[in-house]
Write a protein that binds this ligand. Structure first.
Ligand code: NDP
Ligand code: 8X3
Length: 252
């Protein structure tokens, strides 16, 4: 089965999981609107499939979402991948800044809802559509220094569950993908660009790659219309659970 001819919007397509998902969709013939804030990264992505990938510079926290509304006004979007998201810091609640907490909730939760509502009415009208929400294992299990990020991903988990019930019978599939540790720009962002802390996160273990998650997204989308992959928890073999990571000494 091919997804060729369909139209997708992928948020957070300038790096990591979103970048790889945009590439995988375009490789299958999907026209992809690739959304993020960094224009240069999106332009580099477009070089991979110049005819099929369209850069869309948009901060999804901007309540107007004007670039996304333009797309919704002129195209029937079949697939929405709500991927843009971030963790800021590894601080406990008593030391985490309100700015970091707000950015996580604004991006991972409020913007995800607003973006979805931009495309949902057309999907409802056409009785067809796929919404892929990128949650996290962190939305199922809290860990110290991650409580706020975990709470945002728990919200994604609950929304995904509830939307499936609210949209029942309307021809729309909602899929949640819950990755474990994936080596992307995620840790660079979390640690404010501190490469040493970011490197240590994955030291001695084999993390997931963005392409591993993209492959699962494509597989979910390619199920026949009567099959809805509700959720996929995807962990590195070296991660047995949150906080349970197998590491080999370097050089072994
Ligand atoms: P990356 O940091 O590599 O990518 C995040 C993407 O989100 C970037 O393209 C970034 O683009 C975009 N983004 C962030 N804020 C905004 C914004 N306000 N407006 C538009 N785009 C934005 O991380 P990942 O690929 O790892 O993360 C993707 C998703 O996967 C996130 O939701 C994350 O929580 C989730 N996840 C990641 C895991 C991991 O270990 N990496 C594990 C589990 C879940 P730009 O900066 O150009 O705007
Ligand atoms: C990211 C996974 O374990 O770093 O969602 O919080 S974790």
């Amino acid at each position: 089965m091919t997804l060729g001819g369909k139209i997708a919007v992928v948020t957070g397509a300038s790096a990591g999981i979103g970048y790889e998902t945009a590439v995988a969709l375009a490789a299958d013939g999907v026209r992809v609107f690739a959304v993020a804030r960094r224009a240069d990264k999106l332009q580099a992505l477009q070089q991979r499939y110049p005819q099929l990938i369209h850069p869309v510079v948009q901060d999804i926290r901007d309540k107007n979402l004007s670039a996304l509304r333009d797309i919704a006004g002129s195209h029937s979007v079949d697939i929405l991948v709500n991927n843009a998201g971030l963790a800021k810091g590894r601080d406990a609640v008593q030391s985490a800044t309100i700015e970091d907490i707000t950015e996580m909730f604004e991006t991972n939760v409020a913007a995800l809802i607003r973006v979805t509502k931009v495309f949902l009415s057309d999907m409802l009208e056409r009785k067809s559509g796929d919404i892929i929400n990128i949650g996290s294992v962190a939305g199922l299990h809290a860990y110290p220094g991650g409580s706020m990020y975990c709470a945002t991903k728990a919200a994604v988990h609950m929304m995904s569950d509830g939307w499936r019930m609210e949209l029942l019978g309307k021809g729309i599939r909602v899929t949640e993908i819950l990755p474990g540790m994936a080596e992307t720009e995620f840790s660079q962002v979390r640690f404010g660009g501190n490469s040493e802390l970011s490197r240590k996160t994955y030291e001695g273990m084999r993390p997931l790659k963005g392409a591993d998650i993209a492959e699962a997204i494509l597989w979910s989308l390619k199920r026949p219309p009567h099959v809805n992959i509700q959720s996929l928890l995807i962990m590195p073999t070296d991660q047995g659970g949150v906080g349970f990571v197998h590491r080999e000494p370097i050089g072994k």
